[in-house]
Ligand binder design. Structure first.
Ligand code: FMN
Length: 206
């Protein structure tokens, strides 16, 4: 049965601590989305990023962007090791306001869909689902096989959001950066984090 996505925490709404956003980076292509999201969030007050990167995520960031692990870590407020299942993020007792896995590989999707909790990214995602917090998976693969589709359905049924990075063209992007920024803004909007960017005002306004 489909359940509603988790609401943001009332503690954060009360303004007593920054909003805590967990970010997981895995080994699908599209690491530019993760790096851009972390860069954008540095300019957003009251958002604290908690980052975990899988080994394949590190590999892809290096391959696609020629950026090293330390440079990516420097963009986050707190960084955790992928095997550190004793970290705060591994428990529902650590209050957070949601999690974004981007890009999300089919391996990590499968682990989340089946509740495997086999590393800190999938365990943190498991916590989001069990605590009814918001979880977004920027899944990236093409074409999809039936296992991928079933796993996406399972995550959706548990309340997670499946958000493949499909570019829009209605805002007439002039570069890859503009396409990426538009997608990142849409993702953050789902966490009630609003960043500057083109807003859709209808066909009459373009
Ligand atoms: C250059 C490169 C691109 C990849 N792109 C994808 C992809 O788009 N989607 C995917 O599911 N896996 C992709 N993979 C494979 C994953 O990295 C691999 O399945 C890995 O085990 C995922 O582990 P993780 O989920 O723990 O990061 C890619 C691997 C490489 C080296």
């Amino acid at each position: 049965m489909t359940q509603p996505a988790g609401a943001t925490s009332s503690l954060a709404a009360g303004g007593r601590r920054p909003r805590r956003l967990v970010v997981g980076i895995t080994g699908a292509t599209g690491s530019i989305y993760a790096v851009r999201l972390l860069q954008v969030l540095r300019d957003v007050p009251d958002v604290e990023t908690h980052l975990v990167v899988s080994p394949s995520g590190v590999l892809n960031i290096k391959h696609e962007l020629d950026i090293g692990r330390q440079e990516v870590h420097a963009l986050a407020d707190k960084v955790y090791g992928i095997r550190d299942v004793g970290a705060a993020l591994a428990s529902g007792g650590f209050a957070t306001d949601g999690m974004i896995i981007l890009p999300c590989s089919m391996r990590t999707l499968a682990a989340v869909a089946q509740g495997l909790s086999d590393n800190l990214i999938t365990r943190a995602a498991d916590v989001m689902l069990k605590e009814r917090r918001r979880l977004l998976l920027m899944v990236r693969e093409t074409p999809f096989n039936l296992a991928h589709l079933r796993n996406m359905t399972a995550v959706t049924e548990m309340g997670g959001i499946i958000f493949p990075p499909l570019p829009a063209f209605y805002h007439r992007p002039r570069s890859i950066d503009e396409m990426v920024d538009h997608t990142v803004a849409r993702v953050l909007g789902l966490f009630d984090i609003h960043v500057p960017g083109p807003e859709w005002l209808g066909t009459q306004e373009t």
